[in-house]
Design a protein around this ligand. Sequence first.
Ligand code: CO8
Length: 258
Amino acid sequence: MSANYETIELSTDSNGIAHLTINRPKKLNALNNAVLDELDRAFDQIAGDKAVKGVVLNGSGDKAFVAGADISELSGLNRESGTAASEKGQQIFQKIESSSKPVIAVVDGYALGGGTELALSAHMRVGTPNAVFGLPEVSLGLIPGYGGTQRMTKLIGQARAADLILTGRQIKAEEALNFGLLNRVDEDADSVAEELLKKIFKNGPVAVSGAIEAIHAADSTSGFKKESEIFGKLCETEDFKEGTSAFLEKRKPDFKGK
Ligand code: CO8
């Protein structure tokens, strides 16, 4: 498999497992436009590569899976570009979710905001005991915009999703496992993910693809559209400007509620 990527790494092992690593460790693998575009390309490449039977998705370094969308790129968004950015990310994450080859996210360290949303777009999640999940967008004057409001609610239920999305609090691996957000927790999460994939590979590939398609067939598209619209609207608020500026200036935000 060719590897002409700058922000991700992609290689395939002898078991047919593609290892896709987001590789911006100095920025805790934050999702900027370059990463999103390369993720999009990588999943096209994976779909067309007969040697690949499944995917392990992770982040480089031991501190973070992905610490969210790149806040320095978010801070310039307005209503129109915010809606468009949300829709673009949603489309890429939907491509991951609808991959006919099983995708398992391995989470070691922070999976925040868009990082949690990326993990949610995988078919399963395996964490190390250091995994931390959270949807802190409200602390920036925003909401999750890459499908998190939809997928989190579907996965763990409305009450738990509201707890996470409205408070923006972080949860550790054990609570994530209890919530059903993580499938497994293990020090050697990579190996556990690989073993899960090898077990899946023993089954009929057409049945596996059909099962993935059937599992996701119940998704409603109207909720995703609403998420993008609200995300875009929030990009025009003073609270959003204050929230993102405060993060970049390393201070606490002073929200005025407008
Ligand atoms: N974006 C940009 N840069 C980031 C991000 C991020 N999300 N997270 C970390 N970084 C950078 C830091 O700015 C820092 O850079 P530098 O060294 O140049 O100052 C570097 O990564 C290391 O981070 P810290 O020094 O902050 O490391 P700490 O160990 O002190 O803290 C944390 C780690 C707690 C993870 C902290 O970095 C943090 O709070 N990060 C932000 C988490 C966050 O709020 N994520 C949500 C972002 S919003 C989002 O994801 C929206 C998704 C939907 C978008 C839809 C449409 C576009």
